[in-house]
Write a protein that binds this ligand. Structure first.
Ligand code: HXC
Length: 527
């Protein structure tokens, strides 16, 4: 036996190793290759790395798991394996704060989700929860990677489970920047906010071809699940941006209103301290005639810090307005009836929209300001059949369940169940203010007189005159906030111009509010 050492090929030098690493990282950034990247750009979409660089504060993004590759080898996948497996995951800073991201890369196997792709997204969700920071998920994918079978389904299942576990713990935001089809839609469906991009994004459970086969209906992708549909009809999309940049910019702004997790207080930005009373003139916005509408957003703008109102879901259920704002710099959720649509009545969709927003704010310690001008729940067979009982209950439930500071201002009408529903004292409001023209009653004068004086009016010599006199009597009794105030259901009747000042004083007084509730696993909100 020779005692000579076996000769080994010489190991690469340190410099060669570095060059090899650099080359691999350069290749990783090209994803599915230059031609596919070019095709992506020609469709008006940014490449995945351009999106990441645009979104995060400059130079702050750190990639995690860039070398992960698919394990499945069937149907030629072995020849298609690419480092990263079609999703870039990592973390960086947005407005200086830690944010996690998983961004799908359509140039790699159509951004399809296989086992390892799914594991990377699940890992980033786990890290975001462990470190108490928001997560942003950029969706641009053909859905489950067909060649991987159960590996893909398992990937989705793991993500849905984590999305659910993280719900109410960290803010989760989905951005749809391409296709998002099949089961893939359920991750955005669980997350708190969904932004879509005009012209390039769509979302549906089953696409136009399947629908045509099964039901015979013919519909385009855009009409089935384009941004307009989801923003205005289904209520899935919180926001629609003109292009990738606008949409990512919107997400950055959204994050500025949110705490990083459910243990932190709401962010405070540029406190304005506008506590001087009578500073804002609001009387000119709301007409004296109770049947005339007005722009509720003007009222919001004069109550909150200048230009801070950030409306959400503007295209859906426009009879209720929701959004974040800053009051004395403190992030505050606004819910307001909108007299310009359905006279501000609450219907099925408005109940869902407002209830989900109230629950988000409550989960993340964001105080609520509710501006009330509501004639009631929307009457109609459609509404009853659509389950207004179940949906309206969600709003009652959400407000009752919320323990964050709850402030309410009744501007004009507050009738019936809708009065109770819009964060009344009875649902635990900490502050209820009313303007002098507020009308708080079971129903409006016409309806009320028709019910309680029907016989008297029918038997009178002059029914019209009798109706008018009974209506006047009803209005004198109820078309003011004094009865409600005398019973303690309204804390004060104030001049409209004092609203901004008084709200600020209350918000300050409620900053350490603590309202423990009986221990339970969770309630059973009427879904
Ligand atoms: C594997 C996929 C893929 C997928 C796209 N690709 N989707 N590979 N699995 N799901 C590949 C294509 O083969 C192609 O590869 C490349 O990605 C680009 O796709 P194109 O079709 O050329 O792009 P485009 O014309 O823009 O069409 C995009 C698309 C279409 C509309 C998304 O690819 C499509 O319909 N894909 C299938 C969608 C689908 O049925 N997914 C499964 C949904 S069911 P090459 O190499 O040819 O360029 C589902 C169940 C999940 O998701 C359940 C979880 C609970």
């Amino acid at each position: 036996m020779s005692d000579e050492l076996e000769e080994r090929p010489s190991a690469p030098s340190g410099e060669e190793r570095l060059e090899d690493l650099r080359e691999r990282k350069r290749a990783m950034r090209l994803g599915g290759g230059e031609a596919r990247l070019k095709a992506q750009q020609e469709r008006g979409k940014l490449g995945v790395w351009d999106r990441i660089e645009y979104f995060f504060d400059e130079g702050t993004f750190v990639e995690v798991g860039g070398f992960v590759e698919l394990r499945a080898r069937h149907f030629g996948l072995d020849k298609k394996a690419v480092s990263g497996d079609g999703v870039v995951t990592g973390f960086g800073r947005v407005n200086g704060e830690l944010v996690y991201m998983a961004a799908q890369d359509f140039t790699v196997l159509g951004g399809s989700l296989g086992e390892m792709h799914g594991k990377k997204v699940a890992n980033i969700l786990d890290q975001a929860v462990r470190n108490g920071a928001p997560v942003v998920l950029l969706n641009d994918s053909g859905g489950a990677r067909i060649q991987e079978g159960i590996g893909s389904l398992c990937g989705y299942g793991d993500i849905f489970f984590r999305n659910t576990r993280a719900s109410g713990v960290i803010p989760q935001i989905s951005v749809i920047m391409g296709p998002c089809a099949g089961g893939a839609v359920y991750s955005p469906g669980i997350t708190d906010f969904v932004a879509m991009v005009k012209g390039t994004s769509n979302m549906f459970i089953t696409g136009p071809d399947v629908i045509k086969t099964v039901t015979g209906e013919e519909v385009s992708k855009e009409d089935l699940g384009g941004p307009e549909i989801h923003h205005e009809r289904s209520g899935v999309a919180t926001f629609v941006g003109e292009d990738d940049e606008t949409t990512l910019g919107w997400v950055r702004r959204l994050l500025s209103y949110l705490p990083p997790n459910n243990e932190e207080p709401p962010p405070i930005t540029n406190p304005v301290n506008r506590i001087a009373e009578n500073e804002t003139d609001l009387g000119d916005i709301v007409p004296d005639n109770a049947n005339k509408s007005y722009e509720m957003r003007e009222v919001i703008d004069r109550v909150v810090d200048g230009h801070s109102f950030f409306e959400l879901q503007a295209g859906y259920a426009p009879n209720v307005i929701i959004g974040f704002s800053r009051i004395d710099g403190i992030s505050t959720g606004i819910i307001a009836n909108n007299p310009r649509h359905l006279a501000g009545c609450i219907d099925v969709n408005a109940s869902d929209k407002a209830a989900r927003f109230v629950r988000f704010c409550d989960a993340f310690n964001i105080p609520l300001l509710t501006l009330v001008d509501v004639p009631g729940f929307l009457p109609g067979v459609d509404q009853e059949y659509a389950g207004i009982i179940r949906h309206g209950s969600k709003l009652l439930y959400a407000y009752s369940e919320a323990t964050v500071p709850k402030m309410t201002v009744i501007l004009r009408k507050a009738y019936g169940g809708a009065y109770i529903c819009m964060c009344s004292k009875h649902l635990g409001a900490d502050m209820v203010l009313a303007w002098p023209g507020a009308e708080i009653a079971v129903m409006g004068p016409k309806g009320a007189v028709n019910v309680i004086f029907r016989k008297e009016i029918a038997g009178s010599d002059n029914p019209e005159e009798r109706t008018a006199s009974r209506e006047r009597e009803y209005i004198e009794t109820f078309a003011n906030p004094r009865m409600a105030a005398s019973l303690g259901y309204i804390d004060d009747i104030i001049e409209p111009g004092q609203t901004a000042g008084v709200v600020r004083k209350y918000l300050w007084s409620l900053s350490d509010k603590n309202e423990p509730r009986p221990r339970r696993k969770h309630g059973n909100i009427p879904l």
